[in-house]
Design a protein. Sequence first.
Length: 142
Amino acid sequence: MDAKTSELKNYIFSLKKSFETFMNEKLKGNNVTAGQTQFLHILFKETKLRQSSLSKIANCDKSYTHRVVKELLDKKLISSTEENFVLTEQGKLIAEKFEKYSTIWHNKLIENIPKKDLNIAKNVIKSISQKAQIIINNMEKK
């Protein structure tokens, strides 16, 4: 791996870790981790989902999704209806907080960055995200 690729990898990991740290701090006292809030946020947007759909949207493997769903059920942040999962009222409150804080995080990140640079970054990140999804989809087919 060349130095530029290694540097990009480190930036991606750092950005993810920083976001999780920010969210964990903002949601402290809600008995939920940043990783769990991702699933709450998806259910907030989608209303109800099967576990397989939740896994696909979250870009997580099925065993990780199963573990998080069990934790969220135990914490009574989601409930099960037939084959779907939905948010409880407490889960909705946390998902709304996640939405609020993720918007704050986003605004802080892009503050004072020229629009031209943001467009370049958006296109590069979009390409990387699409490639990541292709890799995940190909893994699931095997």
